[in-house]
Design a protein around this ligand. Structure first.
Ligand code: NAP
Length: 247
């Protein structure tokens, strides 16, 4: 994979899909900024692992729902490296409940954590990337943003809106050579899906044409492609990585 840029910020990268994106992009030669909200020891351990394996990683602490902190984080990266080439809006949460029982703040808090934070990231990235007339952003949405899901009106609304938002950013960023794309993962083995019972997982797998849950590395490979020069003519696209569950 070939990259014209040199560094990348990955939000929510101390564990799960984000951590694997950091490992993959570091292996491909990018300096990775590992954003974490809590548990600095996990973020530090990941950065040590990457640095020991010949990559370059740094950790950066902020909560993506705190606009000031997010902006400060991006400014610190630009001050340190002279640029931000790539951003992956990966941080996300769920708070599942049937709609009839969902309180309004349980809806809006998920929108804020997943969608509003990605908006802030896209806007700030576009500002700094525009100056260099170069950059790319990948937003990690979800298959349920395409299909809907019972018990997830908040989460699916946030992820569906991320897809539409990315396309709008793609239209605004194109004249400045800043690309915006989305990945919609299916069911991937991380802490987020570890809470599902074996019974539920078995039922999902039965419906997945490739007959297994996905690996975080399979999402990371898609991110690497979309950020790389190999995807230089791709913007506003939504890449489904779901084992064929939704085509
Ligand atoms: P995960 O294992 O639960 O990890 C989520 C990460 O996001 C954690 O590092 C968490 O940090 C971070 N995070 C959450 N809220 C944050 C905030 N306000 N500020 C900064 N960091 C925050 O989830 P995952 O499975 O890796 O999911 C990664 C992304 O993929 C999410 O956007 C998720 O919606 C999406 N996705 C996942 C699946 C799946 O099957 N796993 C499917 C579709 C989409 P802390 O350690 O501090 O909590």
């Amino acid at each position: 994979m070939k990259f014209s840029g040199k560094n990348v910020l990955i939000t929510g990268a101390s564990r799960g899909i984000g951590a694997q994106i950091a490992r993959t992009l570091a292996q491909m030669g990018l300096k990775v900024w590992i954003n974490y909200r809590s548990k600095p020891e996990i973020a530090d351990a990941l950065a040590d692992e990457i640095n020991k394996n010949g990559g370059t990683a740094a950790v950066i602490n902020f909560d993506v729902t705190d606009e000031d902190e997010f902006i400060k984080g991006i400014n610190l990266i630009v001050d340190t490296d002279g640029e931000l080439s790539y951003l992956v809006n990966n941080a996300g949460i769920t708070n599942d409940k049937l709609a009839l029982r969902m309180k309004t703040d349980e809806f809006t808090s998920v929108i804020e954590a997943n969608l509003t934070s990605s908006f802030i990231g896209c806007r700030e990235a576009l500002k700094v990337m525009s100056k260099k007339r170069f950059g790319a952003v990948v937003n990690i949405a979800s298959i349920v943003g395409e299909t809907g899901n019972a018990g997830q009106v908040n989460y699916s609304a946030s992820k569906g809106a991320m897809i539409a938002m990315s396309k709008s950013f793609a239209k605004e960023g194109a004249s400045r050579n800043v690309r915006f794309n989305t990945i919609t993962p299916g069911f991937i083995q991380t802490d987020m899906t570890a809470v599902l019972s074996d019974e539920v997982k078995k039922a999902y797998v039965e419906n997945i044409p490739l007959k297994r849950l996905g690996e975080a590395s399979e999402i990371a490979n898609g991110v690497a492609f979309l950020l790389s020069d190999y995807a230089s003519y791709i913007t506003g696209e939504t890449l489904k990585i779901n084992g064929g569950l939704y085509m």
